[in-house]
Structures are given as structure tokens and as C-alpha cells.
Design a protein around this ligand. Structure first.
Ligand SMILES: Cc1cc2nc3c(=O)[nH]c(=O)nc-3n(C[C@H](O)[C@H](O)[C@H](O)COP(=O)(O)O)c2cc1C
Length: 481
């Protein structure tokens, strides 16, 4: 797998509109970075941003440039996967779902040859205050690292990789929140033996590494093999600085924090701005005692603008393809699936089908809900509606269905406990809207300019490029529609 620096160079060279470089010093620990990202967002602009002079927690310009917004457009995710930006729609999600089926065992690299070990800081030198840690939202009590943790089973040699947040608590102390899933289970196994659980936090790496970490595989799967499958080449791993060959870490990462989670210790952590756009509650969470920070000589420090677009895209891409494939099993004429930004790429799912028989829309919707528990609302539309175009989807809702016939509510199904409207822990109601045209009876035809006329009348033949350029685009997010 290439390095993060390779990816940045590729964007600079081939897709300069996708990367913005800021030289002026910024203070990520006091909301300056998220404020600037917020301004870009309100302009409808989502470039990767490379802050060349980011201050660390001591207030000095850090030696680590800060990279953020890496996943804020699907186009950048497609580019990271070696696809054309034009494949950033459903093709990207289907490609990702296909890659998740592959496994490639990791390749082993001696510690001294690993780029991530070019600099090894241990003991007092492993100091989190040297890093440009980002505080994201007003009520976050401290800066957070919200990248990928690596845990290993204490008895079997498999590793689990997952995005998990770590709150800054002191120069060598972090607060780690783990929902009761695989990492939590592995950590518990060490704690049942009264041993601290080793953990590595991969802070910066090529985006393909992080995309591979979005997999949700059965417990016991070696995620290093899955990441290799997603990236198409074996992930190189190397003995960690702290535990040697007992715990291997990604060799081509830019920066890794190694630490231990002691048994029986819980401390206050959060509130934290979540993907929902709301704060998640304060909790008693695990603690990481930092043992080492290792990095490349020219390492970048990477962050995710949580609770914003890149957080949503990372939630949606790994699921969209699976949901499409699940629906295709029962409705082979499914044409598209999209997890819309309006539901933070989780709660609202739009499905388009070439309807061949009545009942198929409900069938497709039920399959979507069954295959992905975080979907709350499913809207099924006809194949002439692009599920990636929300305005078209809502037009279909407005004009192709009668609510008393088209809307179904399912009560008490499993959803996300972070949805603030949920009143019973994880139980939520779910809504299906069948916005497809009826079959077997006439329905109004949609207006169209003839396709031949569109093809024949080229606008460039009638209007100069400069005049066209000067007209504001009404699809621009700043203009009312
Ligand atoms: C950007 C991002 C941040 C996340 N933060 C957390 C977190 O702080 N804690 C957590 O338990 N899950 C978090 N998740 C969700 C987990 O990564 C996800 O549930 C994953 O499947 C867990 O992996 P596992 O099942 O292998 O344990 C986050 C996901 C993303 C994309």
C-alpha cells in the first residue's frame, strides 16, 4: 500500500481541486481547524485540507502537518481506491463490497525497515502534547483522536481494527470509548486474565487503510487480511515498539500511538459530538496509558471531522453495496441504493427499482431494513429517479404516492441508541415510503424535452464559455432552491 504522502502528492498532481493547503499557523486544540472546515462546509466545499503549520498542545508549531477532511467527498474515496472520481456513486460502494470478500495475509517487515519506526519515542518522550490534536465541537471536553485502534486476541493471532475515539487526558493518557463490539470483547479477554490489553492507535495512514478498517466481519476474522483484500496488496506489518513480535502494527503508517488499557479502570469521558450531529452522553470509559509514539520522519497527523460529512461517508460506503446486494437477492431489478446526507448517510436510505410487479417496492424496503439495522427510513422510487438526487426522490414522494397507501410504520425495531429521538434505548420505529408509480393502471407521464433535441442543440454553440461561467449555479448549496 502507498503512503499517505503518496496520496497527497497524487491529489496535488491529478486532482488539485480536491486538496487545499494552508500555510498560516492554526490552533486545532482551540477549534480553529473545525471553524475553518465549518466555513468551507457552509460554502459547499469539501477539499482535503493540509494545515502545514498546525500548533501542538504546547502552542508551538508542530513538526507534524495536520491532514483532515480526507474522506469528505466520495470522489476522494474513489481516488484512494484507484477508481475514477466519476465512479463515486453506487459503483464505488459495489466495488467496496466486492473487495470485502477478498482476504490477503499481511507481509512481515523487520522493525528497523519499517517506515513507521523511523522515529520511536518512548517513556517521557512519548508525549501527546507534541501532536496537533483537534478539539472539534463546543462541548467536547478536550481534543480527541478518532482514528483506528488495533487490538489482538490474547490467545489467537488475529487482530481487530476499528475506528474508536480517544479523548486527551494528559501527556500519556487517553480515554477510549468502545461500544460492546469486537475490540471491547478482545480487551475484556485480557482483563479477565488481569492483564492490561495492548492497543495501537493508527493515527495516520493511506486512506485505503482506513477504508479497509470499515469492514464489519465475524468475530475472529483477522482484519489485517481484510485490509489487504480491500487494498489489493498485502498489508505490511512490523513488530511494535512496545511488545515486539507479540503485537504487530502496520509498517507503512505515518504515525502510531502504542499503549495499554489497564484492567478495572474506568474514567469519565465525553460528551462528544457524534455522527448524528448531536452530542453523545458522558460515560465511564476505558483508559489508555501511552507507552510509545512511533512515526515516519516526515509524518503527517491525521484527523476526521467527526459529526460532519466525512464521518457520514465513512458510515455509508461500507453498507450501501451490501444493502444493494441483499435487495438484489429478492428484487433482481433493483437499480440503485443510496444512504443520503440528509440522514447522515445512515438513517435515510433511498432505493430505486425497475418495478415489474406490485409488492416489489415493499419487498425491497423490508430487505434494506433487515440487512442494515441503522436504516430508519426507506424510500423506494422508480428506476427513472436517481437515488443520489434527493430533490428527485422527494419529487417522487410528492407526486407518485398517496400517503395513506404508501407509508408503513414498523414499531420497536433495532436502531441506533445515538438517535436522539429514540425513547426506548435501541428500539425505534421505522418508516417505509413506496413512492413508485402503480403498475397496471395509467399514470401521468413526466415532462421531457425530446432526447434528440437535447443532443442536437449544444449550448456551447449558442453561448460563449465566459457567459456560461458567469451565471451562478442554482445547485450551489449557498443559494436557495
Ligand atoms: C469516524 C468513526 C468514528 C467511530 N467512533 C467510534 C467510537 O468512538 N467507539 C466505538 O465503539 N465505535 C466507533 N465507531 C464505529 C465502529 O468503528 C464500528 O462499529 C466498527 O464496526 C466496530 O468494529 P468491531 O465490530 O470490529 O469492534 C466509529 C466509526 C467511524 C466511522
Amino acid at each position: 500500500m502507498d503512503s499517505l504522502a503518496d496520496f497527497l502528492r497524487h491529489l496535488q498532481r491529478e486532482h488539485p481541486g480536491e486538496i487545499l493547503e494552508v500555510d498560516r499557523p492554526v490552533s486545532p486544540g482551540s477549534f480553529q481547524v473545525t471553524a475553518l472546515l465549518g466555513h468551507l462546509e457552509s460554502r459547499g466545499q469539501f477539499p482535503l485540507v493540509l494545515f502545514r503549520s498546525a500548533r501542538n498542545l504546547r502552542g508551538e508549531v508542530s513538526s507534524f502537518p495536520l491532514v483532515t477532511n480526507v474522506f469528505a467527498t466520495r470522489e476522494k474515496c474513489a481516488i484512494a481506491m484507484g477508481l475514477e472520481p466519476e465512479s463515486a456513486g453506487l459503483a464505488l460502494s459495489l466495488d467496496f463490497a466486492g473487495r470485502l470478500q477478498r482476504r490477503l495475509p499481511p507481509g512481515k517487515l523487520a522493525g528497523e525497515d519499517a517506515p513507521v519506526h523511523e522515529v520511536v519515542r518512548t517513556g517521557e518522550d512519548a508525549d501527546l502534547r507534541d501532536l496537533p490534536l483537534v478539539r472539534h465541537h463546543e462541548m467536547d471536553p478536550a481534543p480527541y483522536v478518532d482514528m483506528v485502534t488495533v487490538f489482538r486476541d490474547p490467545e489467537h493471532p488475529f487482530y481487530n481494527l476499528a475506528f474508536q475515539r480517544n479523548m486527551y487526558k494528559g501527556p500519556r493518557r487517553l480515554g477510549l470509548y468502545m461500544a460492546p463490539r469486537h475490540s471491547w470483547q478482545l480487551c475484556k479477554r485480557y482483563h479477565e486474565r488481569r492483564e492490561p490489553a495492548p492497543v495501537a492507535i493508527v493515527v495516520s495512514h493511506h486512506p485505503l487503510f482506513f477504508l479497509g478498517c470499515l469492514n464489519v466481519q465475524p468475530f475472529g476474522t483477522d482484519d489485517y487480511e481484510v485490509v489487504g483484500g480491500v487494498s489489493g496488496s498485502a498489508l505490511r506489518i512490523t513488530p511494535s515498539a512496545t511488545w515486539g513480535e507479540d503485537f504487530w502494527v502496520p509498517a507503512d503508517a505515518d504515525l502510531i500511538i502504542e499503549g495499554e488499557v489497564p484492567p478495572g479502570l474506568r474514567e469519565i469521558e465525553a460528551p462528544f459530538g457524534e455522527w448524528t450531529g448531536y452530542y453523545g452522553p458522558q460515560r465511564l470509559s476505558a483508559v489508555v496509558e501511552v507507552k510509545a509514539i512511533t512515526h515516519r520522519r516526515q509524518a503527517c497527523f491525521q484527523d476526521i471531522f467527526v459529526s460532519h460529512r466525512e464521518n457520514w461517508i465513512l458510515g455509508g460506503i461500507p453498507k450501501e453495496g451490501d444493502v444493494f446486494n441483499a435487495i438484489r437477492g429478492v428484487v433482481p431489478s433493483v437499480r440503485g441504493v443510496h444512504f443520503a446526507f440528509s440522514g447522515n448517510c445512515r438513517l435515510n436510505c433511498y432505493v430505486s427499482i425497475e418495478k415489474q410487479a406490485e409488492g416489489q417496492a415493499r419487498q425491497a424496503a423490508l430487505m434494506a431494513l433487515a440487512s442494515c439495522d441503522f436504516i430508519k427510513n426507506v424510500i423506494v422510487v422508480d428506476a427513472d429517479i436517481d437515488p443520489f438526487n434527493e430533490q428527485e426522490v422527494l419529487w417522487a414522494v410528492a407526486t407518485r404516492c398517496q400517503p395513506h397507501e404508501a407509508v408503513d410504520i414498523i414499531r420497536d425495531a433495532k436502531g441506533s441508541p445515538l438517535d436522539p429521538s429514540v425513547t426506548r434505548e435501541t428500539a425505534t420505529s421505522k418508516m417505509i415510503i413506496d413512492a413508485t408509480m402503480p403498475k397496471g393502471r395509467p399514470f401521468a407521464s413526466r415532462t421531457r424535452v425530446p432526447a434528440e433535441a437535447l443532443k442536437a442543440a449544444r449550448i456551447e454553440d449558442y453561448v460563449s464559455a465566459a457567459a456560461l461561467q458567469a451565471i451562478p449555479c442554482c445547485w450551489d448549496s449557498r443559494r436557495s432552491q
